[in-house]
Write a protein that binds this ligand. Structure first.
Ligand code: KIV
Length: 272
């Protein structure tokens, strides 16, 4: 799966499915189930490390996870998420970090949360040969600024700003857009104009709770697996893995505690 496939699918109106993923084993099973695009999201800070926001994710951790997902799904499209602090300080450092995702972790593209002020950075990354996915709409890395999480683009003025930001990012060289938590009409307006300014090629738009019309859809894996205590309404659980893990855990405890486990004897026999 490559960005060229995404463009082809977007042009043909064939929607593609993407999930977040943070480890090799899960990537392998998801790939076997037909998922060919993965986002190694900074939500790993919450789902893997147990933090209450994405802010504590750091570059070395994200590089390790991205490389692991690549090993689990060698032929998938892997989008690496640039964590908070890896691209804000200066552009040269941002380019180096983005390239590390490609060189050291095997990412196909990198995603960063942007508003209009990131135009020059997106241009630099694109010029450096890094496929950039511009994440617009709700931006979880702004949680401390906003004082919480919220949907984006709900007023006419905010929607206009988002549509303009999408256009700006495309003009600066963004390869794809990821639009999070906006009303359907807003993603629709973004989609209508999502074409490369010179070649006219479609710029794929991936939605995360951004309405049905997007070219692709991504949600957090643990939400659809039923492993979250709460999930957003656009990511209903498709399995009950949390419950399944709990049941298996309690069976294991019962087996061991009741003396049933290896009751017939051990597995290994002495050689002499
Ligand atoms: O980090 C992440 O998982 C994300 C998705 C929720 C879009 O950015």
């Amino acid at each position: 799966m490559t960005l060229r496939d995404w463009r082809k699918w977007a042009e043909a109106g064939q929607t593609f499915a993407m999930l977040t993923c943070y480890d090799a084993t899960t990537a392998k099973w998801l790939w076997r189930g037909g998922v060919s695009s993965f986002l190694v999201g900074d939500t790993a800070a919450q789902l893997i490390l147990g933090h209450d926001s994405t802010l504590p994710a750091k570059m070395p951790f994200m590089l390790e996870l991205t490389a692991a997902v690549r090993r689990g799904a060698p032929n998938a499209l892997i989008m690496a998420d640039m964590p908070f602090g890896s691209y804000q300080a200066d552009e040269a450092e941002a380019v180096r970090n983005a390239i590390a995702f490609m060189q050291d972790a095997g990412a196909d593209c990198v995603k960063l949360e942007v508003d209009g002020s990131a135009a020059s950075l997106v241009e630099k990354l694109a010029q450096a040969g890094v496929p950039v996915v511009a994440h617009i709409g709700s931006r979880p890395q702004q949680v401390r600024v906003d004082g919480g999480y919220k949907a984006a683009g709900r007023s006419k003025r905010d929607a206009d700003v988002l549509v303009d930001t999408a256009q700006l990012m495309i003009a600066m060289g963004a390869t794809a857009l990821l639009v999070e938590a906006v009303p359907d009409e807003v993603s629709q307006r973004i989609m209508e104009k999502a074409r490369h300014p010179r070649t006219g090629e479609r710029i794929p738009v991936v939605g995360c709770g951004a309405g049905p019309g997007c070219d692709g859809h991504v949600v957090v894996l643990q939400d659809v697996l039923g492993m979250s205590d709460w999930q957003p309404p656009f990511a209903p659980p498709l399995a009950q893995l949390g419950q399944a893990i709990q049941d298996a855990a309690s069976k294991w405890c019962k087996q061991v505690e009741s003396g049933q486990y290896l009751a017939e004897g051990g597995v290994y026999r002495s050689k002499d």
